[in-house]
Ligand binder design. Structure first.
Ligand code: MN
Ligand code: MN
Length: 471
């Protein structure tokens, strides 16, 4: 083989887009950096399975990195780091820039809620010697994936006296866990003939929590009484306290490295905690930016970004209003409009990666692949881009330059074949306010399942992308 390139080879290199696997160009020391970053990510995942736990972890990371609660500040100056916590389920962090706020912000936004099973308000019942919790699933799940796996209960019970009882039980490492049963194959002939979406029904996702009857011939519901007594001894709660509780059923297993080559992370809730963690880590390393950097972690994305802890709420604008006042800038509707219009955002949410086992659902030329870097979606939506925030070409060009100049590996893709499906994120909400927005996040396999998989290379590139964007 000669080293001299043919005309065709030269043209191919110069003119065509030749995507390469990112691991190929990663040195041994860079691989070590990526592995260490992901070890910390795995630790974060194991502490942060719910939105409330995520906010708690985020506050800790923020404080360790010099962020102060905004209500403690009398005024702000360039370089200051502040955060605001909204009802323990939504957090906003900011690093004040040297330019005015009105000149625009650099926002990275991710969501910290994930698909799961919530307890119903009246969850506890007994049936033929078993005690169960009734559940109502939250977000888009494949119901059959949630039976016969170990499950844990995480959340809070709010009491009438204003106190809150925090519960986290059934985790891997505890001496007991919970499960939802399924029918044995020997008796499942009819069930197996059903459509997959109907094989397990929502009303049958009942969590098995006990089977010993309370020893008293004079009462009925003996198993239920026994369970409630255990809960009362342990947490001081009575059955009515479930009325004001937010208890979430999540997979009990721990986040872990996947593969002989240790190249991937498997965990519950990587949609969208992978982008939440990487954007959080990124803003912690932003020092003295020109434009004020914001990282917002929101709740309720999986059910439409609704409610006062979701992205549709006014919280971000209220927070920006406070920044304006504390920064000594004018705060009126015109300033706010100009500020939002001058702002740029990365909607940090995961992308469905190409899965060779289900190749027929993707269009290979426009799918995101493991090991190719952070994934950008110019648009999402379904069937004719319906409901999509279609990022402006000029903005995409700006990001291409930023990422190329800073050696951030990225790929631009679509979610699935044209008529196959689609999805949405928080992108359109901030675009509605006037910002330039694009979806930008880590590709994952088995999205919305109890155990999602992501590539360590792409996780690290997501972190790098958010960091150079906010700097
Ligand atoms: Mn998501
Ligand atoms: Mn999702």
């Amino acid at each position: 083989m000669s080293d001299i390139k043919t005309e065709g080879q030269r043209l191919k290199e110069e003119l065509l887009n030749n995507p390469k696997n990112g691991w190929d160009e990663t040195s041994e020391s860079d691989r070590r950096t990526i592995r260490e970053f992901c070890d910390e990510y795995i630790h974060f995942l194991n502490q942060s399975k719910t939105e409330r736990e995520c906010v708690k972890s985020a506050i800790q990371i923020a404080q360790e990195n010099g962020f102060k609660p905004i209500d403690k500040m009398k005024k702000l100056k360039a370089g200051d780091k502040v955060y605001y916590v909204n009802r323990d389920k939504n957090i906003i962090l900011a690093v004040i820039g040297s330019e005015s706020l009105e000149s625009g912000l650099r926002v990275v936004g991710a969501h910290i809620d994930s698909p799961r099973l919530d307890l119903k308000p009246n969850p506890l019942y007994e049936d033929n010697g078993f005690a169960y919790f009734k559940t109502h699933y939250y977000g888009g799940i494949k119901k059959y994936q949630w039976v016969t796996i170990p499950l844990a209960i995480h959340g809070v019970v709010a009491l009438k006296n204003g106190k809150k009882v925090e519960i986290s039980v059934g985790e891997e490492g505890d001496d007991f866990t919970f499960v939802i049963t399924d029918l044995l194959p020997h008796m499942a002939r009819r069930q197996m003939e059903k459509k997959m979406s109907e094989g397990i029904e929502g009303e049958d996702l009942n969590l098995l929590i006990g089977s010993i009857p309370f020893d008293d011939e004079k009462v009925s519901e003996k198993v239920k009484i026994n369970i409630m007594k255990i809960l009362n001894d342990q947490y001081g709660i009575v059955e009515k306290d479930f009325l004001s509780a937010e208890l979430e059923i999540v997979p009990a297993f721990k986040a872990k490295t996947i593969g002989f080559d240790r190249s991937m992370v498997g965990a519950y809730g990587q949609d969208d905690k992978v982008c939440a963690y990487t954007s959080l880590r990124a803003i912690c390393e932003v020092k003295n930016p020109k434009h004020t950097a914001i990282c917002i972690l929101v709740d309720k994305e999986e059910i439409g970004s609704v409610g006062n802890t979701g992205m549709e709420a006014r919280t971000l604008e209220d927070f920006i209003g406070e920044l304006l006042v504390l920064n000594g800038e004018e705060h009126n509707p015109n300033v706010m409009s100009r500020l939002l219009r001058n702002s740029k955002m990365l909607s940090a949410d995961v992308d469905g990666a190409f899965d060779p086992i289900y190749a027929s659902t993707s269009e290979k030329r426009n799918a995101s692949f493991f090991g190719m870097g952070v994934g950008l979606n110019k648009y999402t939506g379904a069937r004719g881009k319906s409901g999509a925030n279609d990022a402006n070409a000029e903005y995409v060009a700006e990001l291409r330059k930023l990422f190329d100049d800073n050696k951030v590996r990225f790929q631009i893709a679509e979610l699935g074949k044209v008529d196959e499906g689609g999805g949405g994120t928080i992108a359109y909400i901030l675009a509605d306010k006037g910002m330039d927005v694009i979806d930008c996040g880590t590709p994952v396999l088995s999205m919305h399942s109890p155990y999602e998989v992501a590539s360590k290379f792409d996780i690290y590139m997501s972190y790098k992308a958010y960091k150079v964007f906010m700097k």
